[in-house]
Write a protein that binds this ligand. Structure first.
Ligand SMILES: [Zn+2]
Length: 338
């Protein structure tokens, strides 16, 4: 089997890898009709996150169950399933509280940029769709696996409420789907910080009402101006940099909430500064599994089309070009067909 391996900054190879097989009785093997590159894959690709050696990449997935281990009960060969980047047993106390990405038996997924994938804890991790979805729904179902689930968590963690004012920091796939999530949760005003025409267009399509092109202090000032000097009720931080986090905190009104889902890189918060903002912070790796049944239903009912974030489609063999296109911001998100 050929799969994707990141060797170092800018060095993505599509090379021979061992075919996945059942190791634990709770495993499933799935065949992936499509896979994709995540914005978070760009951190190690850009050399901003160290690698311990050649790393098989990919953590967003949906597909057909090929084989299950002897202990798997709720998932059967032939079904179409969606999973998350974090495995979960769906039974431990953290899962019961809805924090599946902190499951006591959690493993972070890798190796999904390939034709086949082993998924541990199949019963708790995978959500089967009712029946086999048509192929045109695959991109949107794949989006629920991470980018939509993460955008949804950002909005949920930022306490988005009907009639509320929301600001979104970050115009990548997660930020854009954070806009979609906030819209579905009833936000009245959704301000997006973006400088890229194609991303602005999609943000407006997903429900954004205002675009702010300024960054840093100027961006915060612009959001304050748009909210009569008050700040937003809810701010979604979908980048993970110091600047993005400070923009998010400063754009939030006292008593408002920041939902942060960008994986932090060299981020340091000043305690005293935080103290006087009166802002709630909640975030982390999104517990996508909690939201999957609802998000899958929205896609299958045709109520949302989060697959629109894929603006580049390539054969999986051209995965290196997919990374390059996203790194150079020529693509929002690349879909890969094995
Ligand atoms: Zn658990």
């Amino acid at each position: 089997m050929l799969g994707t391996v990141l060797y170092g900054p800018g060095d993505v190879r599509f090379e021979d890898r061992e075919e996945p097989r059942i190791i634990e009785p709770t495993d499933a093997i799935i065949r992936l009709p499509a896979t994709c590159v995540c914005g978070s894959d760009l951190w190690p690709y850009r050399g901003l996150q160290p690698l311990s050696g050649p790393t098989p990449m990919g953590h967003e997935y949906c597909g057909f169950v090929e084989e299950v281990g002897s202990a798997v009960r709720s998932v059967k060969p032939g079904q179409f399933v969606v999973g998350s980047f974090a495995t979960s047993d769906n039974t431990c106390p953290h899962c019961q509280f809805g924090y599946h990405s902190s499951c006591m038996r959690r493993e972070f997924m890798l190796r999904a940029q390939a034709p086949y994938l082993r998924v541990p804890l199949a019963d708790g991790t995978l959500v089967p769709t009712p029946g086999i979805p048509s192929d045109d729904l695959v991109p949107s179902l794949l989006a629920t696996s991470d980018v939509l689930g993460t955008g949804w968590f950002a909005a949920d963690a930022a306490n988005v409420k009907p009639g509320g004012t929301v600001a979104v920091v970050g115009d990548g796939a997660v930020g854009l789907l954070g806009v979609l999530s906030a819209k579905l949760m009833g936000a009245e005003r959704i301000i997006v910080m973006s400088r890229h025409a194609s991303r602005q267009k999609l943000a407006l399509e997903f429900g954004a009402t205002d675009i702010v092109t300024e960054r840093g202090e100027d961006g915060v000032a612009r959001i304050k101006e748009l909210t009569k000097g008050v700040g937003a009720d809810s701010v979604l931080e979908c980048v993970g940099s110091q600047q993005a986090m400070m923009q998010a905190i400063q754009a939030t009104r006292p008593g408002g909430s920041v939902g942060y889902v960008g994986v932090p890189h060299e981020m340091n918060l000043d305690g005293a500064q935080l103290f006087f903002t009166h802002v709630r912070l909640h975030g982390g790796p999104a517990p996508v599994r909690r939201y999957l049944p609802h998000l899958i239903e929205l896609v299958l009912d045709g109520k949302i089309n989060p697959g629109k974030v894929f603006d580049l489609e390539l054969p999986l063999s051209q995965v290196a070009e997919a990374y390059k296109a996203m790194d150079e911001r020529r693509a929002i998100k690349a879909l890969l067909r094995p």
